[in-house]
Design a protein around this ligand. Structure first.
Ligand code: BGC
Ligand code: NOJ
Length: 816
């Protein structure tokens, strides 16, 4: 069943009932300040780092789920209700939540009282704005009490939920009129505070949670609201909150609008205080003056809309298949921007305290947003590269605030270095900016070790070349793309993290996947060398790639599919010889993406085997048969119950590798089938089973061995976003940036009679329409550029030049 629908004109997903199968969230914010916002106004916000600078408190794994957010309680002639449904689960006459690009709206009504909320983070300012309108649609005067409610987090979210012996004594606030300031720890080493304000005079306020709610009450029964009067409590220790009490008298037809602002403010070290004990409110005053009226809030929202319109205008899709068009043109790209902003830090599955920016993740995420924000992608590349070790290996993660490698998570994931080449190649293909290669970039954040970005790429490449095992395949290290294939860990201690435990480098365990990644991304490195006049290096690179392909051919093929790895005893993984884990998705997808076996039938055989053994109704599972028992020599992969996560879950991230591989073979029907199976829009009416938001990809869908086969988890922050965007935009629709220009090479289902794409590329706009009345899956008969045929070499390469002239070019493509 469906819980809403896509409104394509407004680029919103409209949720029509509040009790969705899981909280369906949105992200507010585009630069430094972010909020997570669910369809019932749940969630929290933070400044730059979800762990260190969290403004509002949120309890993961809470009962009921998603309790806590920005709540507004209404009291209408004694009738108390919450218009966002939660936390009171109020019966509503009408309810609608619209998640849009960087904003969300909630509309509801009860007994003739209408409530409109629009919530967003304005461009360039560090605050959430919640514009609330109350409207009396009844025939009588209404006397309304509205109470706002947020709960402050004492900044460090990890400490906030663990260190109670201290934290129950440190909470501090100040209140001035309608402005509530949260200033815990400001007296000592912090120079920032939060402000929660409304632009009208209030009848009262509360800042102490127990006083507002009552000690034994939940958010669904605040004593203060039922009583109808605030207590003007000033928090001292315990749990500081912010609540305003607004009284409104609304005649029939009358409405009132309020602007609530929740902001982060910072002062210089020597300007912290207005006078002893009183914080300097200048930054708050500036912020609140700016957003002090409904008009100002509307203007800020309009600017935000404009920002998104421009951004998504860089790649648009029109096709008969609206599900594909809206996903590829809007929501998939939106999700890519969210992964750019969040990496893997804060979602309803990532608590915001655990994971920094992944070296591998961030490079792959880049594939999905480089066309949207090329300048920011450039900066991101330099940040990532600066954490690389001098030998080419990498910290697996770095901290977003310090941009330094995270020692706690360590290193030794031997696929990491290659993703830097992959990311940089994507950036250069998009922008033509070879200049980035000359940027001086530190190693291990040490300026003294700085060298050019090109040298970083070389170290990445060489790391793989010099770290091979007995079969000439790359050593896996702690793990490769599959974090859970821990072939050198041999962990027996309960609870020990496989990601960080000691890694006994065997010098034996090898990864066919890393070999395939090398074969896929290595040629880009060679090409970059050639195009920058480094011919000797290019030759060396090509030789190394050839040797790697040879190693795959000799030791990475199992007869009907590609092997996955060799363990620390030299035993095969992902082979028909194995009892469980006979076949894995990753090495098969990637080897074929790299073109291995495409001219001797093995590629086809491998993908057919993937279909035969791994395919399900909801996507391709990671391996089969699922591991039934824990294997100490395999690590975390075998720790999961069968069908979940890396143990035979549908790990969506690598499904698009198979999609792309299928396009390599020209099998457009099958490519599209693998694309649609994990695409959320195609499962919208199956929401009771899938449970996650129909507008975003999830990291995992439970596999066929799982009890809950088809149920998704970990929506939003996943490499699936970037890779599915690459698969649909570059390989199915076939509009692909290459070093020479923009390649047009669609591989679509034979039933798709055409489509059109607009694409901004290196400073020009390409309006591309593709005619497939021939009903083929692949192949191009002709390409016209502004009415002139493309011919010769360019037609052979199917590549449009980079016009770079700021103009619109009309491209007509006929398949056949
Ligand atoms: C999960 C992986 C994840 C890793 C990150 C593992 O437990 O299964 O999917 O990448 O943790 O730390
Ligand atoms: C999630 C991680 O973020 C990603 O880097 C990894 O490749 C997958 N898990 C598979 O283990």
């Amino acid at each position: 069943m469906q819980y809403g629908y896509f409104d394509d004109n407004s680029r919103e997903y409209v949720i029509t009932r509040p009790d969705t199968p899981y909280p369906w969230i949105n992200y507010l914010g585009s630069e430094d300040f972010y909020g997570l916002f669910s369809n019932t106004s749940g969630g929290y916000c933070f400044y730059r780092d979800a762990r260190m600078l969290r403004l509002t408190r949120y309890r993961y794994n809470n009962v009921p789920t998603d309790a806590g957010g920005r709540y507004f309680y209404l009291r209408d002639d004694g009738d108390v209700w919450t218009p966002s449904w939660m936390p009171m689960k109020s019966k509503l006459d009408r309810y609608e939540c619209r998640h849009g690009m960087g904003y969300s709206r909630i509309f509801s009504s009860r007994n003739g009282l209408e409530f409109y909320q629009v919530s967003f983070v304005p461009l360039r300012d560090n605050c959430e704005i919640h514009k609330i309108t109350l409207k009396n649609e009844s025939k009588i005067d209404k006397y309304i009490d509205m109470f706002s409610f947020i709960e402050f987090c004492l900044w460090n979210a990890n400490d906030d939920m663990t260190n109670f012996q201290r934290n129950f004594s440190i909470g501090e606030v100040e209140v001035e009129g309608s402005r509530i300031y949260h200033k815990t720890e400001y007296r000592e080493r912090r120079n920032h505070y939060a402000v929660w304000a409304v632009n009208v005079p209030v009848a009262g306020f509360d800042t102490d949670r127990q006083t507002f709610l009552g000690l034994y009450n939940g958010f669904d029964h605040p004593d203060t609201v039922f009583k109808g009067e605030s207590n003007n409590s000033i928090a001292s220790g315990w749990a500081p909150i912010g609540s305003h009490h607004i009284k409104a008298r609304l005649a029939p037809g009358e409405s009132q609008t309020y602007v609530f602002v929740l902001g982060y403010c910072e002062n210089h070290e020597n300007e912290k205080w207005e006078r002893s004990g009183t914080i300097n409110k200048k930054p708050a005053n500036t912020l609140l003056e700016k957003y002090g009226s409904p008009d100002a809030a509307d203007r800020a929202l309009a600017a935000l809309n404009e920002y998104w319109k421009n951004l998504l205008g860089r790649f648009t899709v029109d096709a008969e298949d609206k599900k594909m068009a809206r996903m590829a043109g809007v929501w998939n790209q939106y999700q890519c921007m969210v992964t750019f902003n969040m990496s893997r830090s804060a979602s309803y599955f990532e608590s915001g305290i655990g994971r920094g920016m992944g070296f591998r993740d961030s490079n792959q995420d880049l594939l999905g947003f480089v066309h949207l924000v090329p300048e920011r992608a450039r900066a991101r590349i330099l940040d990532i590269a600066a954490t690389q070790f001098p030998d080419g290996s990498a910290y697996h993660q770095y901290q977003p605030l310090t941009k330094r490698g995270n020692n706690e998570v360590g290193s030794g994931f031997n696929d990491d270095p290659l993703w830097l080449i992959c990311g940089v190649a994507a950036y250069i293909k998009e922008t033509g900016d070879y200049g980035i290669l000359d940027e001086k970039v530190p190693f291990d954040n040490n300026e003294a070790l700085a060298d050019t970005l090109f040298i970083h790429l070389k170290r990445s490449f060489d790391y793989t070349v010099t770290h091979t095992g007995p079969h000439g395949l790359p050593l896996i290290g702690r793990a490769d793309w599959n974090d859970c294939l821990n072939l050198n860990c041999f962990s027996k201690t309960p609870g020990e993290s496989f990601q960080t435990t000691a890694n006994f480098e065997s010098g034996i365990a090898e990864s066919v996947l890393i070999a395939a990644i090398f074969a896929f991304t290595g040629p880009d490195y060679a090409e970059i060398c050639r195009r920058t006049g480094r011919n000797d290096e290019a030759q060396y690179a090509e030789k190394s790639i050839a040797a790697m392909i040879e190693a795959i051919n000799n030791h990475g093929w199992d007869g009907r599919w590609f092997l996955r790895a060799y363990d620390a005893h030299g035993k095969k993984i992902g082979s028909r010889e194995c009892e469980d884990g006979k076949i894995f998705i990753e090495s098969n997808g990637f080897a074929v993406m790299a073109g291995i076996g495409t001219n001797d039938g093995r590629a086809q055989l491998a993908l057919d085997s993937v279909k035969e053994h791994l395919d399900t109704k909801y996507g391709i599972v990671l391996l089969q048969p699922a591991y039934k028992d824990y294997h100490i020599e395999l690590g975390e992969v075998s720790s999961y119950p069968p069908g979940y996560k890396e143990n035979a879950g549908i790990f969506c991230h690598n499904n698009p590798w198979v999609t792309i591989a299928e396009t390599k073979l020209g099998r457009g029907n099958r490519a599209f089938e693998t694309y649609t199976k994990i695409c959320p829009a195609y499962r919208e009416d199956d929401s009771d089973l899938r449970r996650m938001e129909p507008y975003v990809y999830a990291q995992m869908v439970a596999g066929k061995d799982a009890v809950r086969h088809g149920e998704a988890k970990n929506s939003w922050l996943t490499g699936t976003a970037a890779w599915t965007f690459v698969s649909i935009s570059q390989y199915i629709l076939g509009v692909r940036p290459v070093f020479d220009g923009l390649m047009i090479d669609p591989c679509i289902p034979s039933t798709m009679r055409g489509f059109s794409v607009t694409r901004r590329f290196r400073g020009a706009d390409y309006h591309i329409s593709v005619d497939n009345s021939a009903g083929v899956e692949k192949g191009i008969k002709s390409i016209m550029i502004d009415g002139n045929p493309l011919d010769g070499e360019a037609l052979k390469k199917l590549t449009l030049p980079a016009f770079g002239d700021g103009k619109v070019h009309k491209i007509d493509v006929v398949m056949g």
